[in-house]
Design a protein around this ligand. Structure first.
Ligand code: AMP
Length: 195
């Protein structure tokens, strides 16, 4: 059996947060979402939250060192020993290098990289819907456009790295939550990653 050390990647509005939660529950591993960590800190007004609020609201990326330290700290906790699901990290090639350095040292490489693919217009439609429902401060037109542009220019290229390593696979993100989840579970099982 292959341990579930997973990463889910997809554009904003691809449903990766929701799918990530379900995967984590199924495998009984923590879902580590850097976006959630930042949002929680902003909400609580912690020093980290105050430091990153303006960056997040503008749709820019938080500096790599800061984000990397949060992820290393979280992955070092006991509940991540059997596996974990990363959502929203790494997000650029620099962060891939940072994560590699950390995981290589532990001899615990990622075993599965799930690429949730959703066409751009669908992605925009879903973010607009979420903005209406949840009122996230960073779900304004300017920030959304910037985040999608950053996804395409900085995040999508990291998939090439993971494809070359043979750990990445693409999942069609169009369909019901259950349909997409089934596709993910099936693809993981094909790679020996079973709950
Ligand atoms: P998300 O919920 O993953 O879309 O993240 C929301 C925001 O948090 C992003 O637009 C960034 O400002 C910040 N963020 C989340 N993950 C990262 C990351 N890996 N590197 C830098 N900034 C991040």
């Amino acid at each position: 059996m292959t341990p579930p050390r997973l990463l889910i990647i997809g554009p904003q509005g691809s449903g990766k947060g929701t799918q990530g939660q379900r995967i984590a529950e199924t495998f009984r591993i923590p879902a580590v979402s850097t976006g959630d960590v930042f949002r929680q800190n902003v909400k609580e007004g912690t020093p980290l939250g105050l430091q990153v609020k303006a960056i997040i609201d503008a749709g820019d990326l938080v500096p790599d060192e800061l984000t990397g330290a949060i992820v290393r700290d979280r992955l070092s906790q006991d509940d991540a020993a059997a596996g974990f699901l990363l959502d929203g990290y790494p997000r650029n090639l620099g962060q891939v290098g940072d994560l590699d350095a950390f995981l290589d040292e532990r001899d615990e490489p990622l075993t599965g990289v799930i690429e949730l693919s959703v066409p751009r217009d669908e992605s925009i439609r879903r973010i607009a819907q979420r903005a209406a429902e949840q009122g996230r401060a960073d779900d304004n037109d300017e920030s959304i456009a910037k985040r999608l542009a950053i996804y395409e220019s900085e995040t999508a290229p990291i998939l090439d790295v993971y494809r070359e390593r043979g750990v990445a696979f693409e999942i069609d993100g169009i369909g019901t939550l259950d349909e997409v989840f089934e596709r993910i579970i099936t693809a993981l099982a094909e790679r020996g990653i079973v709950a």
